[in-house]
Design a protein around this ligand. Structure first.
Ligand code: NAP
Length: 499
């Protein structure tokens, strides 16, 4: 019988939870070498949460050494493909069977609704591990054309030790996007999760080990970016950094790579994605897409549709519809309420930053249509209601900065050329969308939006089969799809001469 998920059910799961906060290195839990710890504050109510090891360069050294040893020994990379696949599939199943626990760890750390954690984040993490596990025994190398007396093999080989640095907004999903292909390709990994969202990462590594992933292949070092992330990115024995986070830190990561061993980097960075609505669009569909596209996960989504570029003649009607969807469908509630659709922001400092950006926008003359205020402060948690500002121009701060909160900036336009110019007038290029019933225009326009993903008459649809990532200052390199494997490999030629 299906479990009935009530608030009381989840309160009970929470009361029985004993989160693990130590590093996971070489198949074992370890305190930080320095003995230092830090306490996570729960976004849902502002109370102290888990205590975590505060890693530094010494812990990174230990983890990288374990990862290197595992790689060089061949204990994972030389394993029979079928056996490797079985381990990855077991890992995916363990993630699913520990779904409620993982969902609670995620909600505790990041404040998202518990059923979103369970039905979206845990599910997509397991699906990602499974997707890449299934690829392991289906990847072929090449034989290059040569003369008759030679044979040239072009082998796709793993890079070695991968440093993965991840953000707090979709921790398990993004970790699945990185760990899946990196490990399937035969690499070892040292993962430094965001300091706000380490609990699920530690548990994922424990479950991988339980599934049969050899010690040292997946290591997790918790801690702060400057203290644990920077030493990882600067490490001379790390072959690549797979980073997801802000553009600001992404630039530091490129610098660290250049200052150390010219390691490769792949960067998934910020966004300010346009959703363009023409006057002939299905406005109900556009309103639902704009509201969910911007407000899901409390706007803490890199590809959130934060700029609504709307034909002036339909702006008022569209905003009314967006308000209806927001008020009727997108329930902002305590994250343990099963009916919550959105929950808390990540931390007090971030909430204050979002509120400051809203205030600065209003000072510049942005007109509030509804929402965008602190709410539920009596809970002690960090909540902002979804809100829309209208009649903006694209040079205003609400239209330019990545707010990472539930704030939608509506910018009216009069002509198609103007809409395209506004859509592309951003330093980012992660995603975009166009709503119109004119399919010629839809295709013409979607080709011209400079972004890694463009949707037509929808938003945020995707699957593991489609690559995800950005252009411009949204970064480079792609997560998801068969192409993600390439990031964690390189080509090696083996030329054999006969006779
Ligand atoms: P962030 O501040 O850039 O942090 C990302 C990661 O980098 C965290 O693990 C952080 O550690 C670490 N870090 C911070 N400073 C570092 C340093 N000097 N050296 C090495 N590592 C360092 O980003 P965030 O606030 O967690 O996440 C929000 C950002 O991520 C937004 O800009 C969003 O658009 C972007 N994002 C992009 C995608 C995408 O696919 N394009 C997906 C999700 C999020 P600590 O947190 O422990 O300090």
């Amino acid at each position: 019988m299906a479990t009935e998920y009530t608030r009381a059910y989840w309160e009970n799961v929470l009361s029985e939870l004993r989160p693990e906060g130590r590093h996971f290195i070489d198949g074992a839990l370890r305190q930080a070498t320095s003995g230092a710890t830090f306490t996570r504050i729960r976004p849902m109510d502002g109370k102290p949460g888990a205590v975590l090891s505060r890693g530094n360069a010494a812990d990174i050294d230990t983890a990288v050494a374990a990862a290197r040893a595992a790689f060089e020994s061949g204990v994972w990379r030389k394993k029979e493909p079928l056996e490797k696949k079985k381990v990855m599939l077991r890992w995916a199943e363990l993630i699913r069977s520990h779904g409620e626990e993982l969902a609670m760890l995620e909600t505790l750390d990041v404040g998202k609704p518990i059923l979103a954690s369970l039905n979206v984040d845990v599910r997509l993490c397991a699906d990602g591990i499974q997707y890449y596990g299934e690829m392991i025994d289906k990847m072929y190398d090449e034989i290059a054309p040569t003369g008759p007396n030679a044979r040239a093999l072009v082998r796709k080989v793993p890079l070695g030790v991968i440093g993965a640095i991840t953000p707090w907004n979709y921790p398990m999903i993004i970790e699945g996007w990185k760990l899946g292909p990196a490990i399937a390709a035969g690499n070892s990994v040292v993962l430094k999760p965001a300091e706000q969202s380490s609990l699920s990462a530690i548990r994922l590594a424990q479950l991988a080990f339980e599934a049969g992933l050899p010690a040292g292949v997946l290591n997790v070092v918790t801690g702060l970016g400057e203290e644990a992330g920077a030493p990882l990115a600067l490490h001379m024995d790390v072959d690549m950094i797979a980073f997801t986070g802000s553009t600001e830190v992404g630039k530091l990561i490129m610098g660290y790579a250049a200052q150390s061993n010219v390691k490769r980097v792949a960067l998934e960075l910020g966004g300010k994605s346009p959703l363009v609505v023409f006057e002939d669009a299905d406005l109900d569909a556009a309103a639902a897409a704009a509201a969910w596209g911007c407000f899901y996960n409390s706007g803490e989504t890199c590809h959130a549709s934060t700029r609504l570029i709307v034909h002036r003649s339909v702006q008022d009607e569209l905003i009314r519809k967006i308000e209806d969807v927001t008020r009727n469908d997108i329930a902002l509630k305590h994250p343990l309420e099963p009916s919550a659709q959105i929950g808390a922001l990540i931390e007090e400092e971030h909430m204050r930053k979002v509120l400051d950006m809203i205030a600065a926008g209003e000072k510049e003359g942005a007109r509030r249509a509804f929402g965008a205020e602190r709410v539920m402060s009596e809970t002690g948690g960090y909540y902002i209601s979804p809100g829309v500002f209208v009649d903006l121009t694209n040079d205003m701060s609400l239209a330019r900065q990545e707010i990472f909160g539930p704030v939608l900036a509506a910018i009216p336009f009069d002509t198609e050329d103007e809409a395209l110019r506004i859509a592309n007038d951003t330093i980012y290029g992660l995603a975009g969308a166009v709503f119109t019933r004119d399919m010629n225009r839809a295709h013409r326009f979607s080709e011209e939006i400079h972004a890694g993903t463009v949707w037509i008459n929808t938003y945020d649809m995707s699957s593991f089969a489609t690559p995800f990532g950005g252009f411009k200052q949204s970064g480079f390199g792609r997560d998801r799809s068969v192409h993600a494997i390439d990031k964690y490999c390189d080509y090696k030629t083996i030329w054999q001469q006969f006779g």
